[in-house]
Design a protein around this ligand. Structure first.
Ligand code: ADP
Ligand code: MG
Length: 693
């Protein structure tokens, strides 16, 4: 599209005053370009034109009627509010019958509905003894010669802006700027894929002529959007890959493996091999080994594996390799408690090889922190484990070869970038991100399109699946008794509530919704009353949260009542029960994550999903079906696919990151083929571009 249109303010169009422009701004429409790219949210098929006499169906239908009696306006008092209002009535007819049509507070319509004019009306017919009538139908002028479209776009509107206004402004823009609306896709891409020309596609999405053309128009525009997205990402990642990283020697893994208390699973071995190959490579592995090359292209890899699939040991192997080559490596975790757990388990293992590991988290004593920082700077600390504190500017490394982030989805892309700046001079560390949130392949293609992916898709042997039950709230006292009996055996439990504290939202919901604080208080008079119950929620200070989690991990707390803060991978093998209240408020993937908190030890573990929708007295079939997937399957990827189907992509990206992946027309949850096509074409373009340089 021509650059001028991009910038032309919408006030250039007839009918958009500066006051109206403010309303348009609410829809993020500032320029003519924005307007043309303000796509309908959905379409309604109004069906064929019906005849008044014949039509006997329910709901709205489309009629072509000629005004037969002029519009009369009258003042009345509203029955509901008692306020004065006006009512407009007129009659219109087709060959088979007459309809009395009513509008409210619309005196201006007397200039529209003039006797003899024809309109399409879309509304619901009411038949009473006094005749046939219709109230406030949608309408548009009807010209028999030019035909009509039965497909009606529906825009995401704001008050003060009608669909009519949008349509007339879009029409104007399409007509006035036809010459300036250029096709942005290269001709050979259009030809190769048989795409509809840009201008035609724009016309079709706003004024569809038939289903098929509309489908092709949307496909073309969605393709372009995805294609541009990939181009941007590829150029970005190309830039960041241009740097150099230290080349790490491929270590002898036998020693490492012999110190493990278990045998690695096949996907664990494969993931380790992927990473080690990445970081020990140069553009020519054989040559570089001979010449002992010092640098390698920076690797960027995502390791995806379900909760409990054993990602830590994979990270550990990579850290080991770096230290063996006398380089530093870091592992960043999203919370202090998790960092500490990693520090303990990884530090212990690596110390067997004489490798020194340090911990850097928030809230350390100043002297302790100073000492740690100097160990990192001098290189004495080979492995550094910590939280966000690692990103801070005063953390300087001697020779950082690798940065691993655990539970990646908790960190933004910006933080990923900040980590990349931790190596000295022009060097970049290799980066590995580990995610426990299995995401469907379509989404992985978008979110991590600049990363290579290793998937850990098998669990360590002997792992017992967590027994999962979906129950109604009428089972609560039985569940409490069960939790109490587990506590007697020394086992611990989690109870997760959807909210931290009771609020308006709780009351608005119109049904019981549990809040962690009040819930915990209310346990006093239940079978759990005698146990040590503590609540924790996300808004507490990090240090307070860490302390509570520490106590829970040490076994001081029997029942931990919480919001979803515990979702992030804390390891407590002694916890055997996960009770989720208001399970209907969570996505399947999220429930699966929560379930992963238990069953980390030898004992049988249980996940109980409780919901008022599952009460025996009122079976809700859709929810029961949805949750059934979870009871039957422990495969995170399958569950994620199902979740995407049901809830759309928003939940996967999380609020913070979702802005980066917002698309105007492409529906990334459904169109895998188009995603792959856009990626392929973008890669083709990039390679053409870089070859010709
Ligand atoms: P996650 O992928 O959720 O980070 P962890 O790395 O915390 O999983 O591993 C979960 C548990 O499984 C840990 O106690 C770990 O020691 C154990 N584990 C990891 N790999 C294996 C294996 N191959 N065989 C048996 N147990 C394993
Ligand atoms: Mg983990």
């Amino acid at each position: 599209m021509n650059a001028d249109i991009l910038k032309m303010p919408v006030t250039q169009l007839k009918g958009i005053s500066s006051t109206r422009a403010k309303l348009f701004a609410k829809l993020e429409i500032y320029t003519v370009y924005d307007l043309l790219n303000f796509f309908p949210r959905m379409y309604v098929n109004r069906g064929e034109i019906r005849e008044v006499l014949d039509f006997s169906g329910e709901g709205k239908a489309l009629f072509a009627l000629e005004v037969t009696k002029p519009l009369v306006s009258a003042r009345i008092k509203s029955k509901k509010t008692g306020r004065a209002m006006t009512v407009q009535r007129f009659s219109a007819a087709d060959n088979t019958g007459t309809v009395k049509i009513t509008f409210f507070n619309s005196e201006f319509l007397k200039n529209t509905f003039i006797t003899g004019r024809k309109f399409l009306f879309y509304g619901e017919l009411e038949r009473t003894a006094r005749g046939i009538s219709m109230t406030s139908p949608e309408y548009e002028p009807y010209y028999e010669t030019s035909g009509y479209s039965s497909i009606e776009p529906v825009y995401p509107l704001t008050s003060g802006i009608t669909k009519k206004l949008i349509s007339s402004c879009v029409r104007q823009a399409l007509d006035n700027y036809k010459e300036s609306i250029e096709d942005g896709l290269e001709a050979d891409i259009i030809k190769r894929n048989g795409f509809m020309p840009y201008y035609e596609a724009l016309c079709e999405v706003h004024f569809p002529s038939d289903e098929n053309k509309l489908k092709n128009a949307r496909k073309r525009l969605a393709f372009e959007e995805l294609y541009n997205f990939y181009l941007k990402m590829l150029f970005l990642s190309d830039k960041s890959r241009k740097g150099r990283a230290y080349r790490v020697n491929y270590p002898d893994m036998k020693k490492f493996v012999s110190e493990l208390p278990f045998t690695l699973t096949y996907p664990q071995k494969r993931a380790i091999q992927d990473i080690l190959t990445d970081i020990s490579m140069s553009s020519n592995p054989e040559e570089s080994a001979k010449r002992k090359e010092k640098y390698a292209p920076p690797a960027r890899r995502l390791v995806q594996g379900d909760v409990g699939s054993g990602k830590t040991v994979v990270a550990c192997a990579a850290l080991y390799a770096c230290a063996k080559s006398s380089y530093q490596a870091l592992l960043m975790a999203p919370t202090g408690i998790l960092a500490r757990q990693h520090y303990e388990s990884i530090g212990k293992l690596l110390s067997k090889f004489g490798i020194r590991t340090v911990l850097l988290v928030g809230g350390m004593k100043a002297s302790e922190k100073r000492e740690t920082l100097s160990l990192i700077e001098s290189g004495e600390a080979q492995i550094v484990i910590g939280t966000h504190a690692l990103i801070e500017e005063n953390v300087k490394f001697k020779n950082l070869a690798l940065a691993i982030t655990d539970e990646q989805h908790r960190f933004g892309v910006m933080q990923r970038k900040a980590l990349e700046d931790k190596s000295e001079q022009d060097l970049k560390p290799h980066t590995v991100v580990m995610s426990a949130t299995p995401i469907p392949r379509t989404l992985a293609l978008i979110m991590y399109c600049d990363l290579d992916i290793s998937i850990i898709d098998a669990m360590p042997v002997g792992r017992k699946p967590v027994k999962t039950y979906a129950v109604g709230t009428d089972m609560r006292s039985r569940v409490y008794k069960f939790i109490a009996s587990q506590a007697e055996e020394g086992k611990q439990s989690y109870i997760v509530c959807p909210l931290a504290q009771e609020s308006e939202e709780t009351l608005m919901a119109g049904y019981e919704m549990k809040a962690a604080k009040e819930y915990c208080d209310s346990l006093k008079n239940t079978p759990l009353g005698k146990l040590n119950t503590v609540y924790i929620h996300g808004k507490m200070k990090q240090q307070e949260k860490d302390e509570i989690m520490e106590r829970f991990a040490n076994g001081d707390i029997d029942v931990l009542v919480s919001t979803t803060v515990i979702e992030v991978g804390v390891n407590n093998p002694n916890a055997t029960v996960m009770l989720v209240e208001n399970a209907e408020r969570f996505g399947l993937s999220q429930l699966h994550q929560l379930r992963g908190r238990v069953g980390r030890g030898e004992d049988n573990a249980y996940c109980i999903l409780m919901s008022p929708l599952l009460k025996k007295s009122k079976p809700d079939s859709t929810f029961a079906q949805r949750i059934d997937t979870l009871c039957k399957s422990s495969d995170g990827f399958r569950i994620a696919e199902k979740d995407l189907e049901i809830r759309g992509p928003g939940d996967f990206f999380g609020r913070r990151q979702s802005g980066e992946f917002r698309f105007r027309i492409a529906d990334i949850s459904s169109d895998m083929k188009l995603l792959l096509l856009a990626k392929e074409e973008a890669e083709r373009t990039v390679s053409k571009y870089s070859n010709s340089k």
